[in-house]
Design a protein around this ligand. Structure first.
Ligand code: PEP
Ligand code: MG
Length: 572
């Protein structure tokens, strides 16, 4: 029998494939007394050997598909597994204390990890991370449980997980991963955003995906309606195959607009840009007719690795994006780490409220070496295209001034070193904190542009965690409270002759677009796959009519009233 799960439609499209559970197994161990210590040592050695063979295979595969630098991580792991300084004490513990291999391994490894982590030495801290990873693998073999390894997948799969961290997502093999579904998360959680950037369907916040779906189950992820069907009947499969065909037809219709401009029925032009996470996403931006990049989330460059990216690595990535966009505008956002995006190697203390914590520009203004490295890489790349730099999570003018001053200082240094830097780089901010929206008239005098980050602006205005699916009803983009803030920002920009864009998910939302057009938004930045649909919609709207609609909805009382008003006026 088919089981149906419902969740939040996080990324468009429909996929049918086998389930692949990406779930951390239970690796808890208990202490046991062992009679035959010889056999226990042999069991330990055999688990080490199996782990080595496995790591060798992963290493070779990583080298082939991801490059030598990613493979190097596994070389380090292999070294740990051959290190007598770690292995001998474990075997001694089994022999001398008559304890089980799992316990001896865990105790010894924990001791080394704690010791290395406390050292004030980056190299040793990395070794601690290696030991932790390797221990997990050997423990899994001893306990007879499997550690999932999505980078080794070699057939089409749908990933099933409790949640996907941004670094999990970054390591997924794009050739084989056809969709994902998760227990938790909302439309604006990073797993959802990544799904849209990878152009694969996703349904998040199903609450029960991991408890209901087994490895190998055939599942349908319907990212248009937020449904997941487990082990569908042949009739349902057929129905979905038809839906996929229909969706493909619709996409072919939109594809005709790929080289068209985005002009309303009454001749008003707006820019439709794309949100990207890596230089690889550029192909999708071009093939979907993006007129620029409105948000390059650079934090993905920093994730899924165990140290900061160098200036050179960053330079190459920024240059690739600027060149790939061939002179079209590219808004690069400086590092926005924190919230649900962690960088374990920065060793930041856990916080009670990470979304309200030491993150994004707050962190960058303190970790100046890290920030200045990024700024230098950006400035050096600036001559390869039309670069605009944007600072995230700006709450005060002082933060903006400090960040801009550092940018100026780095620019002067580069110029004095004889390195070419463009001299018309616009510098703007994300407006995602209500205080900044309210004070937009003052900010507009100093910044070159605004980009409204509604994912965070809504979460902070409604005081509702964007990751928590239990309160996802409070993610209300059409709530007049949000719309009034958006209007304040757009009006403030225009009054100073500046432009206002939006790079939160709301910019690609069919119900929001007519209102935003009416409010005078200049640039809409969305996942690449939403661009053509948005273009088709805007070409059928009159800006003058939408201005009237916007005026009306600003006076309404609820999200629901606004939704209905738009649906009355705009037929989708
Ligand atoms: C936003 O907050 O709207 C935004 C675009 O940034 P992010 O989703 O990366 O926090
Ligand atoms: Mg944000």
């Amino acid at each position: 029998m088919t089981t149906l799960l419902t969740g939040i439609a996080a990324s468009n499209g429909i996929a049918i494939a086998k389930a692949y559970r990406l779930i951390e197994p239970d690796l808890s161990v208990s202490k046991k007394e062992i009679q035959d210590v010889g056999a226990e040592v042999a069991r330990f050695q055999s688990a080490v050997e199996t782990s080595k063979t496995e790591l060798q295979a992963i290493r070779d595969r990583a080298e082939k598909e991801l490059g030598a630098d990613k493979a190097a991580i596994f070389d380090a792991h292999l070294l740990v597994l051959s290190d007598p300084e770690l292995l001998n004490p474990i075997e001694d513990k089994i022999k001398n204390e008559n304890v089980n291999a799992e316990f001896a391994l865990k105790e010894t490894a924990d001791m080394f990890v704690t010791m290395f982590e406390q050292m004030d030495n980056e190299y040793m801290k990395e070794r601690a991370a290696d030991i932790r990873d390797v221990t997990k693998r050997v423990l899994a073999h001893l306990l007879g449980v499997q550690i999932p390894n999505p980078s080794m997948v070699a057939e089409e799969v749908i990933i099933v997980a409790e949640d996907l961290t941004p670094s999990d997502t970054a390591q997924l093999n794009r050739t084989y991963v056809k969709a994902f579904t998760t227990d938790i998360g909302g439309r604006t959680s990073h797993s959802a955003i990544m799904a849209r950037s990878m152009e694969i369907p996703a349904v998040v916040g199903t609450k029960q995906a991991t408890s209901t779906i087994q490895n190998g189950d055939i599942i349908i992820v319907d990212g248009l309606n937020g449904e997941v069907h487990i082990n569908p009947t042949p009739e349902l499969l057929k129905e979905y195959e038809e839906k996929i065909a229909e969706y493909e037809k619709q996409k072919a219709e939109w594809a005709k607009l790929v080289n068209e401009k985005t002009i309303s029925k009454d001749g008003h032009h707006v820019e439709l840009a794309a949100n990207i996470g890596t230089p690889k996403d550029i192909d999708g931006v071009i093939s979907n007719g993006g007129e620029g990049v409105g948000l390059y989330r650079t934090e993905f460059l920093y994730m899924g690795r165990d140290q900061l990216p160098t200036e050179e690595e960053q330079f190459e990535a920024y240059k690739a994006v600027l060149e790939g966009m061939n002179g079209k505008p590219v808004v690069v956002r400086t590092l926005d780490i924190g919230g649900d995006k962690e960088l374990p190697y920065l060793n930041l203390p856990k916080e009670m409220n990470p979304f309200l914590g030491f993150r994004a520009i707050r962190l960058c203004l303190e970790e100046q070496d890290m920030f200045r490295t990024q700024l230098r890489a950006l400035l050096r790349a600036s001559t390869f295209g039309n670069l605009k730099i944007m600072f995230p999570m700006i709450a005060t003018l002082d933060e903006f001034r400090q960040a801009k001053a550092m940018l100026e200082e780095e620019k002067e240094k580069l110029v004095s070193e004889g390195i070419a830097v463009s001299d018309n780089i616009e510098v703007g901010i994300m407006v995602e904190i209500p205080a900044t929206a309210v004070l937009a008239d003052q900010f507009a005098k100093e910044v070159d542009f605004f980009s409204i980050g509604t994912n965070d602006l809504i979460q902070y205005t409604m005081a509702a965690d964007r990751m928590n699916e239990r309160i996802s009803y409070l993610y209300q983009p059409y709530n007049p409270a949000i719309l009034r803030l958006v209007k304040m920002v757009i009006d403030a920009a225009h009054k100073e002759g500046k432009w206002a864009g939006m790079c939160g998910e709301m910019a690609g939302d069919e119900t929001a677009i007519p209102i935003l057009l009416g409010l005078g938004l200049d640039e809409f930045s969305m996942s690449a796959t939403s661009i053509l649909k948005a273009r088709s919609l805007i070409r059928n709207l009159s800006k003058a009519d939408m201005e009237k609609l916007a005026e009306e909805v600003l006076q309404m009382r609820t999200n629901e009233e606004v939704l209905q008003a738009v649906n009355r006026v705009v037929k989708h």
